[in-house]
Ligand binder design. Structure first.
Ligand SMILES: *Cc1c(COP(=O)(O)O)cnc(C)c1O
Length: 410
């Protein structure tokens, strides 16, 4: 394993990759530098996103929630209205355009809960690319609806039987594939993690969220928000919206999965808890939830998309600098926040997203009514009906599933 020089954010990041991938990463770095300097590329990207995925997504004033809390005015950035139901498509379509420029014919991706897999399979179908998705065997069993859609869109889903058979194992497996097929294959990494240039590149495509939100805030309220909230898994939706306000006097709040509570070890919080340590894994250096031997801990969260063991090196660095306030929300707080948002606004944030809502709901009542906040609604929850119905322990849903199973048996 050799270490790349560029791609550090403070002491985090880097590219710890096998020798055989050096040329591939060089090509990727070159292409990424090229597109960043090319205004036509961003224009092509914006055109694609506005015709394929509902961009610009709206900024919605949550008047009922604002009244309910009697504090800050609450605005919601609607990434849930993207095609495939979350912000992930921003990154995936951007990388898709890059793949076309590189002339590669095949894409591979890791996926945990399956959202990134579905987004990648969607992009591959649209761009006519061959597509293989690596997914932990346990996740394949738990997330059948997403596997169903990936396969319908023509992707091959490979259940990963290594390790604990979850997300981190599927990342290792995707890298193994890449090492043997790098000539015609691009690895579409799903969040702002992994070896450079992925953390910066994924953040770059997601910055479309923050660019829009900043402009929309000025249009809607005549000023910038006081605070911006985003949930943090690997960190891509958070980096996406935060970048719009990085140089402004705007508080940025990242909310991690508190699971059963950050003092229980049953959580996925790397910065807000004291359980993570700095190390090198999965090709980069950051805070990981690991034990003293560098073995990765098992994480817990009600939301499948926030339980990654590491965090974006860009966010780790911004946390050190004190630019971002990190908080966590417990599973119980998340379900409460989701319930309230559905009843008051008729919006269904994803369980991941509901972490950001939960923290915003703690802070909003303490703020003045002339202050405003923006919550990034990273995705919609109705596509996760199986998970959410379980989280609510809904008896009528269970009955429906039992009846459905009987129907298949007869
Ligand atoms: C995947 C996912 C996340 C977590 O990923 P980040 O890279 O931290 O943004 C958050 N919200 C939704 C809806 C997701 O699908």
């Amino acid at each position: 394993m050799a270490e790349g020089k560029a791609g550090y954010f403070g002491e985090y990041g880097g590219a710890f990759i096998p020798e055989v991938l050096h040329a591939t990463f060089e090509e990727l770095n070159e292409k990424f530098t090229e597109i960043k300097a090319d205004p036509d590329f961003w224009q092509e990207y914006e055109n694609l996103m506005s015709t394929y995925s509902c961009r610009a997504t709206p900024l919605t004033y949550a008047d009922n929630l604002s009244r309910h809390f009697g504090g800050a005015q609450i605005y919601i950035k609607r990434e849930d209205l993207n095609h495939t139901g979350a912000h992930k498509v921003n990154n995936v379509m951007g990388q898709g355009l890059l793949v076309k420029r590189m002339g590669k014919k095949r894409v591979i991706a890791e996926t945990g809960a399956g959202q990134h897999g579905v987004a990648t399979a969607t992009m591959a179908a649209k761009f006519g690319l061959e597509c293989t998705i690596y997914m932990g065997e346990i996740d394949v069993l738990r997330q059948r609806p997403n596997v169903f859609w990936m396969e319908r869109m023509g992707a091959t889903v490979v259940p990963v039987k290594e390790g604990t058979r979850v997300l981190k194992d599927s990342i290792n497996e995707a890298f193994r594939d890449w090492v043997t097929n790098m000539d015609d294959t691009h690895y579409v990494l799903g969040t702002a993690c992994g070896p450079a240039p992925f953390p910066e590149m994924v953040s770059y495509f997601q910055s479309i969220i923050g660019k829009e939100a900043r402009r929309q805030s000025l249009e809607a309220t005549g000023k910038l928000p006081d605070s911006v909230y985003a949930c943090v898994g690997g960190g891509s939706n958070a980096m996406g919206i935060f970048q719009g306000f990085m140089d402004d006097d705007v508080e940025l709040v990242g909310v991690e999965a508190g699971g059963h509570g950050i003092d229980t070890h049953l959580h996925a919080s790397r910065i807000a808890s004291n359980d993570a340590t700095v190390g090198v894994a999965q090709g980069f250096r950051t805070y990981f939830l690991q034990n003293q031997d560098g073995q990765m801990n098992e994480t817990h969260s009600v939301s499948a998309g926030l339980d990654y063991i590491g965090i974006s090196p860009l966010l780790a660095n911004l946390a050190d600098q004190g630019r971002i306030r990190f908080e966590s929300a417990t599973d119980v707080e998340v379900i409460d926040a989701l319930s309230l948002t559905m009843k008051k606004e008729g919006l269904i944030p994803a369980l991941e997203t509901s972490h950001a809502f939960a923290q915003a709901f703690k802070d909003a009542p303490k703020m003045r009514s002339d202050q405003t906040i923006i919550i990034n609604q990273s995705g919609r929850g109705d596509k996760d009906i199986f998970t959410i119905a379980d989280a609510f322990d809904d008896p009528k849903w269970k009955q429906f599933i039992i009846e459905k199973a009987r129907q298949y048996e007869s």
